[in-house]
Design a protein around this ligand. Structure first.
Ligand SMILES: NC(=O)c1ccc[n+]([C@@H]2O[C@H](COP(=O)([O-])OP(=O)(O)OC[C@H]3O[C@@H](n4cnc5c(N)ncnc54)[C@H](O)[C@@H]3O)[C@@H](O)[C@H]2O)c1
Length: 336
């Protein structure tokens, strides 16, 4: 397995580290256009100069790769993916898939023709509390989902000090909390409680210094096969506690994931108590190793990727509808 990581900024570095830790690749190369960053990554991860490329052209000229991780800003994802797919390279593409639907049909066709494995980096599906919750919901023991609520927040300026200088500050590069953050929860919501059909979004810039993109998002949705599940998704990028709370209320019980408490919980008796189950989450890399391991398994025909291309295309449609709703101040329907 010869692996190429394209872009080694914040997430590309994490992917490189996690693939190294998995130890399943014969060779890991990367390309990074920013020379100081390229040197830093090559040194930190002991990548020989011959495998640290200045751009994609040079990397591809050096020989074939089996798989690639596309960890560059969102507008480049589809053009890079299409180029690599034509060369028969399996792909792990970072979220969001894109900022428009341009080129997606063509990409889907090439991928089908070449029979390639594709995963999209909606990594919250690999959080052990979410995985346990999904498994429990899928047993059907809680009955039909009626309501889903996701609430999350973090001190982004502290956790991602470079936010002003990277794509996050620029809507045209995928910046702002809709395309960058709440998209993770739209994707999870689709997975846990059925496809989002309609969305109404309020969002604004409240306080995050040095940027004007939205740092707060509130979306109301209707989802599920018949649109009968009511959902609310809220998020900010400045509260001090770093927390993610996901609650699915079903006919016969309620299921919840709480990242900060490293647990998932359920309650089925109105006079009863919560049942809590702890999950192992020593560090955030756990999720990426799990996601990336599933990608390698899928390439080897031993399993499924955690988020498929078609699921990520749906989430792109939700992101687009959410932006439309914000612009127009009205409910928007998701076509896909
Ligand atoms: N799944 C997650 O948890 C997660 C977390 C953060 C970011 N992301 C996503 O990953 C993508 C990248 O985010 P980031 O935070 O790493 O951004 P970043 O700005 O920190 O890094 C991007 C890197 O790509 C390099 N680059 C840009 N174009 C290139 C090209 N054509 N060839 C080679 N290198 C190139 C840049 O020099 C930079 O170092 C975005 O789509 C973002 O939404 C996902």
């Amino acid at each position: 397995m010869k692996l190429l990581i394209i872009g080694t900024g914040s997430i590309g570095e994490r992917h490189l580290r996690c693939f190294q830790q998995l130890g399943r690749s014969e060779e890991i190369a990367f390309c990074e256009t920013h020379a100081p960053r390229r040197a830093e990554i090559a040194e930190r991860y002991e990548i020989p100069a011959a495998l640290a490329f200045s751009d994609l052209d040079t990397a591809l000229a050096s020989g074939p790769f089996d798989a690639a991780v596309i960890a560059t800003p969102a507008p480049t994802h589809i053009p890079i993916a299409t180029r690599l797919a034509a060369l028969g390279v399996h792909l792990l593409i970072e979220k969001p898939l894109s900022l428009t639907t341009d080129g997606i049909e063509g990409l889907v066709e090439i991928l089908a023709e070449k029979k390639l494995t594709v995963a999209v980096g909606y990594v919250h599906r690999a959080h052990p509390a979410v995985e346990a919750m999904k498994e429990a919901l899928d047993t059907g023991r809680f009955g039909r989902p009626l309501q889903i609520r996701t609430a999350s927040g973090q001190a982004f300026a502290t956790l991602r000090p470079a936010y002003r200088d990277v794509y996050f500050a620029k809507p045209e590069l995928g910046g702002g909390a809709i395309n960058d953050m709440i998209t993770h929860f739209y994707n999870l919501g689709d997975w846990l409680a059925g496809p989002i059909r309609r969305v109404m979004t309020d969002a604004d810039h409240q306080i995050l210094e040095g940027v004007s993109v939205e740092d707060t998002v509130h979306s109301l949705v209707r989802q599920g096969d018949d649109g009968g599940v009511m959902g609310s998704y809220v998020l900010n990028l400045y509260q001090h506690p770093n927390e993610v709370l996901i609650t699915v209320v079903c006919e016969n019980g309620t299921v919840r994931a709480e990242y900060a408490k490293k647990r998932w919980s359920w309650m089925t008796d109105p006079n009863g108590a919560w049942h809590h189950e702890a999950v192992e989450m020593p560090d955030v890399d756990v999720m990426y190793r799990r996601q990336n391991g599933a990608f390698l398994d899928a390439i080897e025909g031993k399993g499924e990727v955690l988020c498929t291309l078609s699921e990520a295309i749906r989430t792109l449609q939700v992101n687009l509808a959410s932006h439309r709703s914000l612009r127009e101040g009205s409910w928007q329907t998701i076509d896909a």
